[in-house]
Ligand binder design. Structure first.
Ligand SMILES: [Fe+2]
Length: 423
């Protein structure tokens, strides 16, 4: 964006900063989900003694064992059992072991398995459901791996599975290891939805901000164009004035320039300085009403001619009567030949009765007159100009403004005499 203001840059940086924080939060959350998935936990679930007791009637239902640690509950229930070949020394038991794991945590459990320590004995897995049972005789353990139906134990839900096993004795599942990975979809985190809400708010704010920037840019371009139109119209009009007075070519533009320099030194703001420039351009517009024979007369004017010439101030005031957009533009034209000591024309105002813009233009006008060649003399030297300004402080010129001009000439900000600013 062209010429984006520092204020707008600040807003843009804040928007970018918030976006980075939100996206970082989202990635951080995603990383936590992945971390949970890659870091399996293992719980040792010990069957509670009182619940592990078998009922008197071996055929009865509900023979259950429950263990829980933290958020998980484990239940194994020998729902039925029977004796095989009771009259032989190789008598075995057949039993149906119904298992259930309840997930009371806020996570889903995935990639899980159960390892059950069993006494050393011959065990045959007759049949199973919802997963695979593997008996490792060497290690005296049975490992259960779920199939796809229960591979995920959702939060607050149970997974059930079981097997029918043949063994020498009925087994108690007394030492159970439950391992798996915690998984909570990112959408189940409150933080996720908080970030999403903030991102929506961010997008809304960003759209509003960029629309504001576009509006500002359009406004800036419009204002710039308008200022150019005004400035060029003023300059064109000033050229008309200076064209009529061939001895003072470029005079209005130079008075405008010097006036702006003085205004800057007086601490005026950018808008005031710009307006002073326009006032400087228009200060002699009344000359359009003065006959060219008088304006361009070589040599000194007669008293009558000078009387006509003086009228360029009042004529300027008249020409500019409808120009109300710039404060002081009429004052500049009407009072720029007033003297600080009250000896000027047309009103004979004195000191600070003379509007500030007119006092500024008075010094700028006199400086350009001294610094320009006339048909009857060359421009004055730098020393003479400085001397004139000094001597006329408080008489012709406002002393403060004259001193500002003296300072600018002395420190090289304004070139006069044979300086490089000469036309
Ligand atoms: Fe003038």
């Amino acid at each position: 964006m062209k010429l984006i203001s520092s204020h707008d840059k600040h807003g843009l940086m804040i928007l970018i900063g918030i976006f980075v924080i939100l996206i970082a939060g989202l990635f951080g959350l995603e990383a936590k989900v992945r971390h949970d998935l890659k870091n399996p936990f293992e719980y040792h679930l010990h069957v509670q003694e009182d619940l592990a007791e078998k009922p008197e009637d071996p055929e009865s239902m509900g023979d259950g064992s429950i263990s829980s640690l933290d958020e998980f509950s484990y239940v194994v229930d020998i729902s039925k059992h029977w004796q095989n070949d009771p009259d032989t020394p190789l008598m075995t038991y057949g039993a149906q072991y119904d298992n259930s794991i309840y997930n009371g945590s806020d996570y889903d459990i995935v990639n899980w398995s159960v390892v059950i320590e069993v006494p050393e004995r011959n065990i045959t897995i007759d049949s199973s459901w919802n997963g695979t049972w593997e008996y490792d005789k060497q290690a005296s353990r049975i490992m259960f791996t779920p199939d796809e139906r229960i591979e995920t134990i959702r939060s607050q839900e149970s997974a059930t599975y079981g097997a029918i096993m043949i063994s020498r004795e009925l087994m108690e599942f007394s030492d159970v290891s439950f391992s798996g990975c915690k998984y909570r979809p990112i959408t189940r985190y409150l933080l996720f939805w908080l970030i999403i809400i903030l991102l929506v708010a961010w997008v809304t704010s960003a759209i509003a901000f960029f629309r504001y920037l576009i509006r500002e840019e359009n406004h800036r371009r419009y204002t710039e164009r308008l200022n150019n139109v005004i400035s060029q119209t003023m300059s064109t009009f000033a050229n008309f004035i200076d064209t009529k007075d061939r001895y003072t070519k470029g005079h209005s533009a130079r008075v405008s320039y010097y006036s702006q320099k003085i205004a800057e030194k007086l601490g005026m703001n950018e808008e005031q300085v710009r307006d002073i420039g326009y006032i400087g351009l228009m200060h002699d517009c009344g000359k359009l009403a003065i006959p060219g024979t008088i304006l361009n007369k070589p040599g000194k004017l007669s008293d009558d001619e000078f009387e006509v010439m003086r009228n360029h101030t009042t004529e300027g005031d008249r020409v500019l009567k409808d120009f109300t957009a710039i404060d002081g533009i009429r004052d500049g034209a009407l009072y720029h030949h007033e003297r600080y000591d009250g000896g000027g024309y047309m009103k004979g105002l004195k000191g600070e009765e003379i509007p500030l813009v007119a006092r500024i233009i008075c010094v700028a006008d006199a400086l350009d007159a001294m610094n320009s060649d006339r048909c009857y003399r060359d421009h004055l030297s730098r020393d003479v100009i400085l001397k004139e300004l000094e001597q006329n402080k408080g008489t012709q010129f406002d002393p403060q403004i004259a001193q500002i001009m003296i300072d600018m000439i002395e420190n090289g900000e304004v070139f006069v005499g044979d300086g490089p600013s000469e036309d």
